[in-house]
Write a protein that binds this ligand. Structure first.
Ligand code: KG4
Ligand code: ZN
Length: 343
């Protein structure tokens, strides 16, 4: 029987504790501090770190309860070592080190971004190889070529400025909508016309890097459009703006992901990260993959946003691959590159 792996995630504003055995999910407990950041319009690192400190032990107890197991049943511990907020990462890794020592179990310091890819194993089974992964979150937007999620991940391209989720959050703010902006824009866009406004598609020119992204020009274009509307004394058609903005993001993301599959001869695309919860991105990815003859994997929305199951799922792959456990004195790395799956 595969090992029961405990996963601890504290890289941003969700305290996540998951339990995974092989590709079976036993628990996925999450405590979010998002409500504490709303009035600041973004995550405040010190507030997030303190919230992790308060939530970690209760969330771990909840995960054990959900799975109906005891601490002593845990065979291995995986924890996010980066990338993420320095103080937040320290809380999770310190706790993981303490549990590893107290329970005398191996500890695996793993990469948050690889976790967003590995989490799909608990929903759709082991990953095909190779695989192209489109990772879209509040902090990251990358196209990855995944040969083995436990070992070998290569970056094909990434955003040169804002992350896709960051663009959602900034556009929501300029439309007067609350933080985090992604889910709100997704909801409001349902009542709008995605073809109402032709917003720019960044980095899609013939001389642009084919797998890199840029969203700051789009954000500025939305701001200018809204300003012009207000200056002319017209009410801002918020639903149309939201739908047209969302269409521009989903269009570029899916077009580049499919191009990456085609040009690398890869038949499987995975979309992960918080923005993969976006309904239009999911629909467009389905349509374009079907048209291109590609198989698409998108975890359910709850597994797309940050959680502990993704770290437990990655831990399970790393353990299965026979990777050497991390030394107990490993250091967190807020800028950990995705190529370093474990430390
Ligand atoms: O992966 P995640 O939970 O945390 C990071 O690692 O960043 O992603 C959070 C981001 C936020 O920017 C949020 O606005 C965005 O994911 N997001 C969405 C949706 N749900 C969350 N963006 C678009 N549509 C959604 N439905
Ligand atoms: Zn994330």
């Amino acid at each position: 029987m595969p090992e029961l792996v405990l996963g601890i995630e504290t890289s941003c504003d969700e305290t996540g504790v998951g339990l995974v055995r092989g590709t079976t999910l036993f628990a996925d407990a999450v405590a979010s501090s998002v409500a504490e950041h709303v009035r600041f319009g973004g995550v405040v690192p010190e507030v997030a770190a303190r919230a992790h400190l308060e939530a970690l032990v209760p969330t771990l107890r909840r995960a054990l309860g959900e799975a109906g197991v005891r601490r002593s049943d845990i065979d291995a511990i995986a924890v996010t070592a980066g990338p993420g907020l320095a103080g937040a990462l320290l809380v999770g890794t310190s706790a993981a080190k303490a549990y590893a020592l107290a329970l005398d179990r191996p500890l695996y310091a793993v990469n948050h971004l690889a976790g967003h890819v590995a989490v799909d194993t608990v929903e759709h089974g082991l990953l095909p190889t190779p695989l192209v992964a489109l990772l879209v979150s509040g902090g990251h937007t990358s196209l990855l070529l995944v040969d083995d999620v436990a070992h070998t991940i290569r970056t094909l391209g990434a955003t040169v400025d804002d992350a896709a989720g960051e663009a959602f959050d900034k556009v929501a703010r300029l439309l007067g909508l609350p933080y985090p902006g992604g889910p709100v824009i997704d909801r409001i866009a349902a009542d709008g016309d995605p073809a109402a406004i032709a917003f720019p598609r960044g980095m899609t020119g013939p001389r642009d890097a084919p797998y890199d992204f840029s969203f700051s020009g789009l954000k500025t274009a939305v701001a200018r459009w809204v300003e012009a509307c207000e200056a002319a004394g017209r009410p801002v058609p918020v639903a149309d703006v939201a739908a047209s903005f969302q269409e521009a993001v989903a269009d570029v993301l899916t077009a580049k992901a499919i191009r990456a599959c085609r040009e690398h001869g890869v038949g499987d695309l995975l979309v992960g990260g918080g923005v993969a919860a976006n309904s239009r991105l999911r629909t467009l990815a389905e349509q374009r993959c079907a048209a291109a003859g590609l198989r698409l994997r998108v975890p359910r929305p709850r597994l797309c946003t940050d959680n502990g199951a993704m770290i437990a799922a990655l831990g399970a792959r790393v353990v299965a691959a026979g990777v050497t456990p991390s030394a107990l004195d490993f250091a967190t790395d807020p800028g950990l590159p995705v190529e370093r799956v474990s430390l």
